[in-house]
Write a protein that binds this ligand. Sequence first.
Ligand code: HEC
Length: 135
Amino acid sequence: MNVVKLTALILGLLLCGAVLPALADEFTEADLKRWEGEYQSVVEKGRALWVGTELSSNGVACAQCHPNAANTHPETYPKFQKQIGKVAELRHMINWCIRNPLEGADLDFDSAEMLALEAYIAWERRNVPLAPGKH
Ligand code: HEC
């Protein structure tokens, strides 16, 4: 490497060091408090759907078979699911259970209810190491 290229490389690296921290998101304690509050309100919405019968046509609730989101294994997704017949996301199994045990109607993948169920399941299973594909 000649001197010109080396100088350009060093200047480039210095520039990254100067510019990237300025681009990084800055946040305050008040931001953190607000974000945590908004997050927990979605988790709470998911918990209400979990223990209630709003998604069901037969009075069955998720919590009856999965108390506190037991045996939902979000940390293993995406993975092959035989009920779906292909590599599935957690939301495919959420809808599978809504259709089958609950005899309810599929949720849109981008609905507030699907987001709330995913948030609730992930919160209950926090600190479990990721294990994608695991059975
Ligand atoms: C009558 C019992 C029952 C109810 C009620 C029920 N499930 Fe399930 N759930 C199952 C069974 C059985 C499986 C399949 C386990 C398997 O083969 O991995 C399952 C699997 C799942 C999985 C995938 C678990 C894994 O190990 O990959 C998720 C996520 C899930 N259910 C979410 C829900 C949600 C959300 C609800 C409520 C809308 C619900 N379940 C209600 C019995 C139930």
